[in-house]
Design a protein. Sequence first.
Length: 412
Amino acid sequence: MPSQHRYSLLSIALMGVLISGCNESTSSDAGADYGNQDNTSSDFDQQALIENLVDGVITPTFEHFVSVSEQQITDINNYCTAASDYEQDTSDSSALTQASTNAKNSWSNTMSVWQQVEMMQLGPLLNDDGALRNKIYSWPVISRCGVDLDIVSFENNDINGVPYDIASRTPARKGLDAIEYLLFNQSFEHSCSGSVTPAGWDNRTDNNRRVARCEFANEVARDINYNAQQLLSQWSGPQGYGTTLKQAGETGSRFDTVHEAVNKLSDALFYIDSVTKDGKLATPLGLFANSCGTSVCAQDVESPLANHSIENITSNLEALDALYTGKEGLGFDDYLIDENDTATAQALGERITTALANSRSYQTSLAESLVADESKVLATHNDVKAVTDKLKNEFINTLALELPQTSAGDND
């Protein structure tokens, strides 16, 4: 499989269903009391749980993403100015180097916040098969050749005789994964093979290519910020999905009961299972089929050019912890305790803490660790699996919840 084309999200979800032999526990599809009128036995304030997760955890994360994506535009624009200046005068590269570092750091900050957003895939991030999510970040579907072709199309403001419009371009040609390629790829050669290549690219100097890449990265960054604002708009406000969740059980609500909205919020937790554990760890480990067959495959980590893969996993776990604990307010752990299952509440919290400590302990990139210390990455996978085992068993049973489709019936 060419490196520029990766598995679809559906493929990742199906791997855990279709491939056995991972020595992992079997889960239920739903808690024993799921669908019963009373659902759970306590008088826990599920409405307050929803309000805290929406207003205290998810909305601030979406707002933060808008903010860092705005800063990313500024830092990439400054890098473009420095690259253009250096193209004219190559006597001193210090300003270019600093601007490049700032732009890369800005991408890393934006990606880290986005990876928390990734754990909160609800409403607008799921609508239309994840169309809005994919415009911001299309991984694992990427096309580096497509990005190279669009650099020139954007520069010429022409797509087959039509003015270039990034909003109409396919997700694999833009988004945070495209900016990673544009900023971190150390080679200025294009990634296309065959007869379709970016026109004139081979005849340009590296300095000229750097400027062209940066200018397109700036356009991509603006598109990301626009879509970040769309996300926040569709989530917040009187008609937003966050408001819809908080109105669960009211007359005319799309959720007949408050517990249905709680179940919808709990679905987001299982990104850690189907994507983080399976797509970001098990696949490059070779526990599932990958680009190398079924062996360790460092090229299949999530952010290989920026060496940001383990940081992405850490951000996923940080967001999981925030959703589970509710940060300063009510969380799912409080719900478990109110249901007289303090043991699961504590055990799940401890397992999340252990997985976080593991992911934060890396001294080298995930790709490098796969090659030099496979056992460390396997331990990370096992620590995340320990979390998902609890989620797919005691957690859903005690709270009478149903697994999302991506994890239901999964022996992984």
